[in-house]
Ligand binder design. Structure first.
Ligand SMILES: Nc1ncnc2c1ncn2[C@@H]1O[C@H](COP(=O)(O)OP(=O)(O)O)[C@@H](O)[C@H]1O
Ligand SMILES: [Mg+2]
Length: 372
């Protein structure tokens, strides 16, 4: 039987849990041809949420969806080539590439070379002006193609554009803001970079866009049902204490839920229980041992250790007088500093009201086990 728990880019609608409100919100925006931005920490399910929305849109015939992961392009030129290629392939101009080319890239088609086989456009200009001109024409294509079917285009890890070439962001804005038919989803995990792009005063277009800040884990009741159902449908079972252990460790974090369940399923002959889940966790930790040892060496101060230790034990950061006494902390400032440093190091993330949590729940278990 195939392992029902899935990790990675390959989206599987049967493994997708909850996110109903978020999905409905995004679908509604797309149906009104709005643009939106999704942000939040890594691994919380932004990419899968986009996939889910695309999956729902595919059921309605009037949309075309395209997904671009900006992390994968070393330069703008690679992005433009891929963008144009995917638009061409998705259009009804397949087979009429010369027509497509001249119609949609009236000024810049000569900057592209075409290879046959499967037809592929490749931008080969070295001149920056030509490059930006091609970029502008490329960004106008979705709107022009949207007369029959509406294009919905996702740019995942959008902030990476400012890594490869900062100057394309204003071009994006100026090209997309007046488009009425096509809609765009921008997503990303580097919050500070996205904020600069989307929420700064001189970015009114992006600022006016609908926002979705993804911070929630998945509801435990849906996780629990999902676990029983997935084990059962794949010819195995999971006991109540097996479920409880998975939920205790993963807390409903989508990635860690899938990773741990996947490993536990693999180790299960017929019924998955607490012992199997714990052995699965041990396996997961040992495959990451080297990475985690290296990470742990970055913990340089006593206060950083105290923060990690408290959070690993599911306690809050000991800001109270009593907490500080317990750990022998004299200056609350040193604790604040440690918290900020750990956030920058991506060890922990801030929730509301002085609450913090580990970003990597297996790293949390690694620390917990080491301290017990
Ligand atoms: N709604 C969901 N239900 C079940 N599993 C999910 C869900 N969202 C994400 N996952 C799991 O978490 C993993 C990471 O999600 P992903 O969308 O890649 O996160 P992000 O894009 O925020 O970094 C996915 O590969 C999948 O295994
Ligand atoms: Mg992602």
């Amino acid at each position: 039987m195939k392992n029902p728990f899935i990790v990675g880019r390959q989206f599987d609608p049967n493994s997708f849990l909850d996110r109903e409100q978020e999905t409905a919100y995004l679908l509604e925006e797309v149906e009104q041809q709005g643009n939106m931005v999704i942000y939040g920490t890594r691994r919380l399910g932004k990419t899968w949420l986009i996939e889910k929305v695309f999956y729902e849109l595919a059921k309605q015939k009037e949309f075309k969806t395209l997904f671009f992961d900006i992390q994968q392009y070393p330069t703008i030129s690679f992005f433009i080539s891929d963008f144009v290629n995917k638009l061409y392939q998705s259009s009804s101009f397949e087979g009429k590439f010369e027509y497509f080319f001249k119609k949609f890239l009236p000024k810049t088609h000569t900057y592209f070379s075409i290879s046959l086989g499967p037809i592929k456009f490749e931008l080969h200009t070295q001149n920056n002006n030509d490059l930006y001109q091609a970029f502008v024409e490329a960004l106008q294509i979705p709107e022009k193609l949207s007369s029959k079917k509406k294009y919905v285009i996702a740019f995942d890890e959008f902030q990476e554009f400012s890594v490869i070439d900062d100057s394309v962001i204003p071009i994006f804005r100026s090209q997309i803001q007046h488009q009425k038919e096509a809609s765009y989803i921008f997503a990303g995990s580097r919050e500070s970079m996205l904020k600069k792009i989307f929420f700064s005063k001189n970015a009114p277009f992006f600022k006016a866009m609908k926002q979705l800040h993804l911070t929630n884990y998945l509801p435990l009741s849906s996780c629990s049902k999902y676990l029983s159902k997935s084990f059962y449908n794949s010819g195995k079972k999971i006991s109540p204490d097996g479920i409880e252990t998975i939920l205790n460790i993963s807390k409903g974090h989508p990635l860690f839920l899938q990773l741990l369940s996947r490993r536990a399923w693999q180790k299960t002959e017929s019924i998955c229980d607490k012992d199997i889940v714990e052995a699965a966790l041990t396996d997961e930790l040992s495959t990451r041992r080297y990475e985690y040892e290296t990470l742990y060496q970055c913990v340089r101060t006593k206060e950083q250790r105290i923060v990690l230790f408290s959070l690993a034990m599911d306690d809050s950061v000991p800001f109270s007088q009593e907490g500080m006494n317990r750990y022998g902390i004299v200056h609350p400032n040193s604790l604040n500093r440690a918290v900020s440093q750990l956030i920058v190091m991506d060890f922990i993330e801030k929730l509301d009201r002085g609450k913090y949590r580990f970003s990597d729940l297996f790293f949390k278990e690694f620390i917990r086990r080491r301290m017990l």
